[in-house]
Ligand binder design. Structure first.
Ligand code: GLC
Ligand code: CA
Length: 569
């Protein structure tokens, strides 16, 4: 295409410029000013648990590549892989020992390149997990750092003297239990770890650390990666004076005193790093997704950046943990994030949060509730991230005995804290042994429900959770109202039914979600939208009895029923 037009220098120069713009900035914005990640559906994959190509019981990259057609037909545009870099696997990959390679248990860089190019040919982008707060204690930087007080990499980590005999530098606690400091006898100092002792915190005040880590992102961008999910961003910086954190009443699930992490989380300096990291991302048309644990909207807003120059996609984990099928609670949380000035990012579970199927299920209507949740997070204004297996209604499979626990926090906190194994079990592909994930014993067991809740079975059933996800996602990809429309809350005092419009120019979609176990009658007055005599035409519904057309003044919703309709006069 480029060569055909080299007729006039002017044209050639123009094209040159626009070509370099496109490659530097990624796909250009569409007519609405939206970028690719605003219209994309994201899907989180835990590589250990997705598909095992060599039957060693652990999922791998070739396995993921073999499932790209499945992901494409589901309606996925980008996959985020949790860490698959070389790692001693103390925290199952969140302890990285080399940022520029693939762990042999998951494959090779060649397998990665093949996955990326197969993804590219299907328009499925790859997002990597960037573990920036800490490395593994086996990373060559840390091995050097702990070798002597004058080692080249000493200052790449947070080393301090203790407070006299056997006392750490301050009272900070690891979020995974116990003190956040570990004594190193060889050099007589303590190092800081917000997570496991095998995950020493990097010292982000050292410019060499910043440079090395930024170079890692560029290296992956050049390999075709479309962005990063930034792990544990809250914890990048610590108070230089190491002030003690305020102690609160009571103890946590590890038996440690409760504490406000005032001096070791959410320090303002982290925003400088995010702004710089965003600059690098922008040069590559890449997106930055944040693991942003926030307690209110003001905190979440900060992650977008004052000038929208930090994270494009900070996850609203408050939405993810509403933990109650409640119209008023979801309505409040959606209104807050929708009005926050950034582009909302919705998730309903992930590898650290128990599966939505058990958190929201009432034991009786679980499948209906799984569809209800899909009807919610896939139709809001913003980008959804689907955790693998949510689309088939996978349930948590928590270990029954302490000796079966794999996640170290489950071993330490048993039985109050059973760890995160339950939400990380193998993807359920069919009803054969091990749910078709592997021919040998998987690293974690599949729950008995795999017999009914699996891809093969659900693909054949038009009323399955999977079929419902596919319908909603297909609609989402083609509906301007769902892609670009405003979010307009309706019937805001209804305690049972969460309803809203998505409106873009002349196109209006109504979403009504019955968040109660009883049938509900609803009526909508759309005169404020100039749609007083409008009719509803069913687009997607989870209900068995549903009219093709309905009047807006008399609509019955089945228990936990989802009704999505286009509205026209
Ligand atoms: C994030 C990850 C979690 C991991 C932790 C430490 O919270 O999501 O799985 O254990 O960071 O890297
Ligand atoms: Ca394998």
């Amino acid at each position: 295409m480029f060569r055909r037009f080299v007729l006039s220098t002017v044209l050639a120069v123009t094209l040159c410029l626009s070509f370099s713009f496109a490659s530097a900035q990624g796909a250009p914005r569409d007519a609405e000013g939206h970028e690719w990640w605003q219209h994309a559906v994201f899907y989180e994959i835990y590589p250990r648990s997705y598909a095992d190509s060599n039957n060693d019981g652990i999922g791998d990259l070739k396995g993921i590549t073999s499932k790209l057609d499945y992901l494409k037909q589901l309606g996925v545009d980008a996959i985020w892989l949790t860490p698959c870099f070389p790692s001693p696997q103390v925290d199952f990959g969140y302890d990285v020992s080399d940022y520029q390679d693939i762990d042999p248990m998951y494959g090779t860089l060649t397998d990665f390149d093949r996955m990326a190019s197969e993804g590219k040919s299907r328009d499925v982008r790859i997002i990597m997990d960037f573990v920036m707060n800490h490395t593994s204690d086996q990373h060559k930087w840390f091995l050097d750092s702990k070798s002597s007080r004058t080692a080249k990499y000493r200052d790449w980590y947070v080393w301090r003297d203790g407070k006299g005999s056997n006392r750490p530098p301050n009272n900070w606690l690891s979020t995974f239990g116990g003190p956040a400091w570990k004594f190193d006898a060889k050099t007589g100092q303590w190092y800081y770890h917000f997570f496991y002792p095998e995950q020493p915190d990097l010292n982000w005040r050292n410019p060499a650390v910043e440079k090395a880590m930024f170079d890692v992102t560029t290296w992956w961008y050049n390999r075709g990666v479309a962005g990063f999910r930034l792990d544990a961003v809250d914890t990048l910086f610590e108070d230089p004076e190491l002030r003690d954190n305020p102690v609160l009443p009571g103890t946590n699930r590890y038996g440690d005193p409760n504490m406000e992490n005032k001096y070791n989380t959410k320090l303002p300096e982290l925003h400088d790093v995010l702004r710089k990291l965003r600059k690098v991302a922008d040069e590559h048309g890449a997106v930055l997704i944040g693991e942003t644990w926030t307690s209110d909207i003001t905190e979440l807003k900060k992650y977008y950046g004052e000038h929208s120059n930090e994270l494009q996609m900070p996850m609203d984990l408050m939405f993810a943990t509403v933990n109650k099928v409640s119209a008023p609670e979801f309505r409040r949380q959606i209104a807050a994030v929708d009005g926050a000035g950034g582009w909302p990012v919705y998730v309903i579970s992930n590898h650290d949060i128990p599966r939505s199927y058990v958190r929201y299920g009432d034991g009786q209507h679980n499948d209906a509730i799984a569809k209800l949740m899909a009807g919610l997070y896939l139709t809001l204004r913003g980008t959804p991230i689907i955790y693998y297996g949510e689309e088939i209604g996978m349930e948590n499979n928590d270990p029954k005995r302490k000796e079966d626990v794999k996640d170290p926090i489950g071993k330490l906190g048993w039985p109050q804290e059973k760890g995160r194994d339950g939400e990380r079990t193998p993807m359920q592909w069919d009803d054969t042994a091990n749910a078709g994930f592997s021919r040998s014993k998987p690293w974690l067991p599949v729950p008995p429900s795999y017999k009914t809740h699996n891809v093969a079975t659900e693909l054949k059933d038009p009323n399955s959770i999977l079929s419902f996800y596919k319908q909603v996602l297909a609609l989402r990809h083609t509906s301007h109202a769902l892609l670009d429309g405003q979010y307009i809350a309706l019937n805001e005092n209804d305690p049972n039914v969460l309803s809203y419009l998505r409106k873009y120019k002349d196109e209006t979609v109504l979403v009504a979600l019955n968040m109660s176990p009883a049938a509900q009658k609803v009526s909508f007055d759309l005169s404020a939208q100039g749609l007083s005599d409008a009719k509803a035409k069913t687009l997607v519904t989870s209900m068995s009895q549903s009219q093709q057309e309905a009047t807006l003044t008399n609509l019955t919703l089945e228990p936990f029923g989802v009704y999505i309709a286009s509205i026209a006069k």
